[in-house]
Design a protein around this ligand. Sequence first.
Ligand SMILES: [Zn+2]
Length: 549
Amino acid sequence: MTEKDGGLAFLPLGGTGEIGMNLNLYRLGDTWLAVDCGIGFSGNDTPEAEILVPDPVYIMERREKLAGLVITHAHEDHIGAVAHLWTRLGCPVYATPFAATVLRRKLGEARLDQQVKIHVIPCGGRFNVGPFDIEFIPVTHSVPEAQAMAIRTPQGVVVHTGDWKIDPTPLVGPPTDIERLKQIGDEGVLALVCDSTNVMTPGSSRSEAEVRQGLTELMGTLKGRIAVTCFASNVARVETIAMAAQAAGRVVVLVGRSLRNLDVAARECGYLSGVLPFLSEYEANDLDDDRVVMIITGSQGEPRSALSRISADTHQTIALGEGDTVIYSSRMIPGNERAIMQVQDNLTRRGVRVITDKEGYMIHCSGHATADDVRTMYDLIRPQYSVPTHGEWRHLTAHAALAQEKGIASILLEDGDILNLAPGAVQVVDTAPTGRLAVDGNRLLAMDGDVLSARRKMLFNGIIIASFAVDDEGYVIGEPKISAPGLLEQDEPESNRVQEEFSNAIDEIPDELRMDDGSFREAAKTALRRALGRKLQKRPLVDVHVLRV
Ligand SMILES: [Zn+2]
């Protein structure tokens, strides 16, 4: 059960909990394999940090033993952190052609494309990463080329599903390779590490073919402009919308940068070949209202997205109003409800009809396995142990109950739990440090570090800064200046009172504190806190600049 015995272990560093940003690690002996490296969106809880990545400190300290990073698919919560964390990992990356294309663009934007070695692995391909013998198994998901992995080691086989579902008619890409999964099950599998996102949805998954029929029927009944919003990376859905539009005699316009980027990546990899080139948003205004379908980014209410701006009537080219329809071909991701509702409310106020899958139209299906899909996976793989991943505790528990139906024991893990898989007992043997880093411009800041703590404090309590000049004996020259953005207006009476009291208080500072900059500054900070007093019932950040002239 140590690194010396050649044993096999699994360690999730991100991926459980509400914000699922995946970073999974496998260890064989003292060699490590990383699977996926994704970002998460913080939602309303931490407004000071919008994009989060898992803290990779544990694997960073072992980076010379990290053989590689395998990407299962091109969703942001699996691929989005590679460009942010690669300099800390420094290992080669393995991905399918589509994921590699998406990744290269991200690395290019981060000026890392020359440094990162990407091995492009065909869908269903088999390859070695250090001592790990890995086979990709194509699965259906809401992005092209999602792959499950069979990881073969001298200690046993682990099947890592990534995100997946069963859809006999996915329309883009092959269906989940049931036959191959069964063959791998026949080999004997030690553990199945499996997606839990939709495990609480009973029955089987709905199919993309049903969505194509539903959207085609719906569009056939609509007049005026139609706009459809969906995830840009869902190439099958983009094709579905385009096909439904063509059937209704409409041409398709793409609105939003992420959709244009994904369109380029998809066509580069041979997808969307049956779909006419999309028009740009600038061409939309020359078309009759009844002849156009717009595909628009912003299904999650993202404030800078095209749909949010259209709903607020601040988009530079596109306007929607009375007689137009917006279709949400997407689900609400938990945490985004309020932002989405606000966009829908603004659209409705402009007279736009908003249609979601709540109204009984078959216009969306999920990319994640439902309860019956998960049961099928257990029937195919027949593992000795089940390791539910990707979800909150209630999802993991529901998943464990399904495994139990099949007589398979589950081990529930939190991020940082190191699970020994072989040899010896399958159990958690140690804990690795975990955490979240916030993407702040081109830096990564620890969520519980000094900078973000200060920013949180500023956000709720404001900041007050005093500056004044002193001569070489430490006596104040002129009047001190006070500024308190987010707390006081420049010339409100309270501001003047604080300035006056502070001015008097620094005159009282004892001579022996005036010669040393550090002590003078600390004394002045105390004076500033006292001058501010309790009237505002706030404890802002306080800072003082002393200039010796
Ligand atoms: Zn996914």
